[in-house]
Design a binder for this molecule. Structure first.
Ligand SMILES: NC(=O)c1ccc[n+]([C@@H]2O[C@H](COP(=O)([O-])OP(=O)(O)OC[C@H]3O[C@@H](n4cnc5c(N)ncnc54)[C@H](OP(=O)(O)O)[C@@H]3O)[C@@H](O)[C@H]2O)c1
Length: 296
């Protein structure tokens, strides 16, 4: 049995669908049953619980041999703050997996996770990586770059396609790597099923690096629509960060990330060594955008 925490999310759902199609038994963990109705229909067992509720994590790990940790709360606040979910919640999940005799734990970290990263979310991810490694559990840590579905489409291309205009935080000039969720899911499934992935930390990303501005240009070209980009100037992003901090710390975090200079932390990636070690056909950003434009 494979437990997927974050089964209703972009990555968790994609990985669950592949695993179910391969005949694996999947337990989909969610706070809200209805979020994984589709997975239930295709054979997943659904378990309601919460990363901030340790007893529910113990229950979820019972009878499980592998765990995929694919949840996060980067924009959460209040009891669902990133500290509560991404940090304490994941420590509790690792403890529960260990206590229940789970044999392999796959953790979704993030490209560039490190102890001295300027953004706390990346530091938290690094702290959980270290906690997992010290737990004695067999593990795979995956560090993907920005998901195309979120960072190229939802936050940039989709508004351009739907309302004729996209708004970027800051200048949009920082080169970034984008990866399709199906490609990340490919590696997550491999990490759960291929012993060669045991006790590895693997950075994952797509082909090429693009600025947010270049992504918008690509959408406009492929959709054959005028390019209309507006910018929230960096001083305004910095001000929003401060205003939002007391009551929307998660959104404030996103403002902070986008107010930093382009060279504050690296978001570029070259998949050459990943592909040499674990070959696959990665989705290009161009092909991804074509699917969004042609498929509606
Ligand atoms: N998106 C990116 O660009 C990106 C890039 C690098 C790494 N990652 C990492 O990849 C993983 C998957 O990201 P994603 O974008 O696929 O996620 P997503 O679509 O934003 O979904 C978030 C998931 O987290 C679950 N979740 C949130 N709070 C929870 C809680 N308190 N208890 C239990 N579950 C909770 C949600 O489940 P319910 O609401 O159903 O409970 C949902 O399934 C995360 O670890 C993320 O940090 C993402």
């Amino acid at each position: 049995m494979i437990l997927i925490v974050g089964a209703s999310g972009l990555l968790g759902r994609e990985a669950a669908k592949t695993l179910l199609a391969q005949g694996e038994q999947v337990r989909a963990f969610t706070r809200t049953h209805a979020n994984v109705d589709d997975l239930k229909k295709t054979g997943a067992e659904v378990m309601q619980g919460d990363l901030i509720d340790p007893p529910s994590l113990r229950r979820a790990c019972q009878g499980v041999d592998r765990v995929l940790a694919a949840a996060h709360s980067i924009v959460g606040d209040g009891r669902y703050s990133s500290e509560a979910v991404d940090d304490a919640g994941h420590r509790a999940l690792i403890d529960a997996a260990k206590a229940e005799g789970v044999s392999h734990f796959v953790y979704m970290s993030i490209l560039g996770a490190s102890a001295n990263h300027p953004v706390d979310f990346w530091r938290t991810k690094y702290g959980i990586e270290e906690y997992l490694k010290a737990s004695g559990l067999s593990y795979t840590i995956l560090r993907p770059s920005a998901f195309m579905e979120t960072h190229a489409h939802a936050l940039n291309g989709k508004p351009l396609l739907e309302s004729g205009k996209t708004t970027l935080l800051g200048k949009g000039t920082k080169p970034r790597n984008f990866v399709a969720v199906r490609d990340v899911a490919h590696y997550a499934v491999l990490a759960l099923t291929d012993p060669k992935m045991k006790n590895l930390t693997l950075e994952i990303g797509g082909l090429g690096n693009f600025t947010n501005k270049q992504v918008a240009v690509m959408y406009a070209r492929i959709a054959n629509i005028p390019l209309k980009v507006s910018h929230v100037p960096t001083p305004m992003v910095k001000m929003l960060r401060l205003i939002l901090q007391p009551f929307k710390p998660g959104v404030s975090r996103v403002m902070y990330m986008n107010s930093l200079p382009d060279d504050a932390f690296n978001e570029e990636f070259d998949p050459t060594s990943l592909l040499a070690q674990f070959p696959t056909r990665l989705t290009t950003l161009e092909a991804f955008i074509h699917e969004r434009v042609d498929g509606g």
